[in-house]
Design a binder for this molecule. Sequence first.
Ligand SMILES: C[S@@+](CC[C@H](N)C(=O)[O-])C[C@H]1O[C@@H](n2cnc3c(N)ncnc32)[C@H](O)[C@@H]1O
Length: 238
Amino acid sequence: MNNIGEADLKLLQELYPQKYPKLIKKLAHHYPIQYLIGYVDFYNLKIKVNKHVLIPRFETELLIEKTLAYLQTKNYQSLLDIGTGSGAIAIALQKNLNLKVDACDISSKALKVAQENAQLNNVNINFFKLDILKDIPPKKYDCLISNPPYVKKDEIVSPETKYEPQKALYAKNNGLEFYERILNIAPLILTPPASIIFEIGASQKDAITKMVLKVYPKATIHVAQDFNNLDRFMFITI
Ligand SMILES: C[S@@+](CC[C@H](N)C(=O)[O-])C[C@H]1O[C@@H](n2cnc3c(N)ncnc32)[C@H](O)[C@@H]1O
């Protein structure tokens, strides 16, 4: 979780001068300051957040930067963001790319926030509700992107995450169930030449690579690192 900076505290005090002492107590219990402020800056965009959505992480901004560079070498028309949450990924990509972005999530409450964020940032995105573990998106795309839930049961996480939607964080099968499912249904959703882009957990590269090669033996896989030099992003070209 993001550390609390002086600037954030100052902003909180400006926004809620009277409630400030109470809010400081909440912070002492690890309540995320982003939920108190009500929005985050994400890739130069203002993204509203509340307890129904995961707070977009700095690493995901890096995912956007790397995805924009990667997609510049492609000529894609359409992209689907799976597990959009606040809509941060979909909105940042739609703002910076000339392709049609759709986005889905299992949570109606998250989708409502994502819709509001799209309006706030003046982009047109088709959001729809879908359980990716059970259903198959109804349209075909050139590119799938996902920062799915990938935390393993029992993994040590920062204390603030207990206030975030647990459905946004945890995944079965050692945190791998969403990658496996998305890869297994990818042939039904993608029209090659196409790509799949994942944010991944730091220890998941090898397991996900195996899953990719099982479905797409000829895929080209590029793994990129985060600020701590950990393997956190996977770009799969099929
Ligand atoms: C790690 S969060 C990512 C949120 C946002 N894309 C981001 O990067 O900040 C994962 C998202 O997947 C959604 N999700 C969880 N289970 C899902 C499912 N079965 N089908 C579709 N979305 C799901 C959660 O509601 C959550 O918004």
